[in-house]
Design a protein around this ligand. Structure first.
Ligand code: PEP
Ligand code: MN
Length: 353
């Protein structure tokens, strides 16, 4: 890391920083300019954190050179993580992008089965649906719990799909693992560290959604909590962040985060344009945009009767529209898969952080 001292910092203050760094095993290079003194420190940041150094008198700024998410970082593992399921489906590593489709919440079995059949017919690999819903208001529909997961397992087995559902509470994990192939951590729980630790100890792959106000670094550090606790199978999901203009979109979908994360991390990344935009007509263009910039998959909300949906009906695609959208997305995926060089871009250029 690089420590920049205040212009008026004294020699003693700079020396104190150097002494502390040396005591903690850092190798120091020291430059005294006309205005600033800069200390270049190479060593293990676990022994002394940048925060502790920032608190010392005379320190203006501490810049980190190496990202703090060690296990999630490409510096640590240069090849892409590929997550493979028992039926041969793979996510990441340049494999054909996957599609996760289904209602926001699991409601009745027949409706879910109708969606699942269409998803399978259109080449999707995963059925999604919430059984435990993180709702802003306690008066809104909270999900049907285990009964919903039973429906989901049954509909997925009948159609040959894998299942994805959100876990909100670590105490539900064991029960959920009987029904679910991929656990989802929702945007609102991205920094629920106990929950991250709990899914880190599980053997199920995890889709981690970006928080409403997560920076990319915070998002990757949330993934780090899961990896650190032993689970290497984390899929990052860009689902939009909150910004100042919600007049036409529910969130701002940060498309650039996909190549940024690909550059910083080996983990697979997917996009969720349903929550990312909140608008039916934007789902197709934003799903395509995500795929073109390198997403390993997409997640789309689909409902057999969106007008009656108990959550997120406004952004859910009705089945006929989903069928049309998927026809075009499948064509795009063929192009992406077989004509990779036409999309390839050099993301290796170094940036200073
Ligand atoms: C969802 O997938 O239904 C959901 C609630 O997503 P998010 O956590 O991204 O809002
Ligand atoms: Mn939803």
């Amino acid at each position: 890391m690089i420590i920049i001292m205040e212009p008026r910092a004294t020699q003693e203050q700079a020396q104190k920083v150097i002494d502390i760094l040396k005591e903690n095993g850092f190798d120091i290079r020291y430059k005294q300019g006309e205005i600033y003194t800069v200390i270049d420190a190479i060593g293990d940041k676990t022994t002394i954190t940048p925060d502790r150094l920032s608190a010392l008198d005379g320190v203006k700024e501490v810049k980190i050179i190496r990202e703090p998410f060690r296990l999630a970082s490409r510096d640590r593992k240069s090849d892409d993580t590929v997550i493979e399921f028992s039926n041969g489906v793979k996510i990441g590593g340049g494999n054909k992008p996957v599609t996760i489709a289904g209602p926001c919440s699991i409601e009745d079995y027949d409706g879910l089965l109708e969606v699942a059949k269409c998803a399978k017919e259109m080449g999707c690999q995963f059925l999604r649906g919430g059984a435990f819903k993180p709702r802003t208001s306690p008066y809104d529909f909270q999900g049907y719990g285990e009964k919903a997961l039973q429906y989901m397992r049954q509909a997925a087995d009948e159609t040959g799909l894998l299942t994805v559902s959100e876990v909100m509470d670590a105490s539900d994990l064991e029960m959920m693992c009987d029904y679910i192939d991929v656990l989802q951590i929702g945007a609102r729980n991205v920094q629920n560290f106990k929950l991250l630790h709990a899914v880190g100890k599980s053997n199920k792959p995890v889709i981690l959604k970006r928080g409403l106000a997560s920076t990319i670094r915070e998002f990757l550090l949330a993934a780090e909590h899961i990896l650190y606790n032993g689970n290497p199978n984390v899929i990052l999901c860009e689902r939009g962040i909150r910004s100042f203009d919600s007049a036409f979109t529910r969130n701002v979908m940060d498309i650039a985060s996909i190549p940024v994360i690909k550059k910083l991390s080996h983990l697979p990344v997917i996009v969720d344009p349903s929550h990312g935009t909140g608008q039916r007509y934007l789902i197709e263009p934003m799903a395509k945009a995500g795929l073109i910039v390198g997403a390993d998959g997409i997640m789309i909300e689909v409902h057999n009767n969106p007008e009656k949906a108990l959550s997120d009906g406004k952004q859910s695609l009705p089945i006929p529209m989903f069928r049309d959208v998927m026809t075009r997305i499948n064509k795009l995926n063929e192009k992406i898969h077989y004509e990779k060089e036409f999309l390839s871009a050099d993301i290796s250029e170094e940036t200073v952080c």
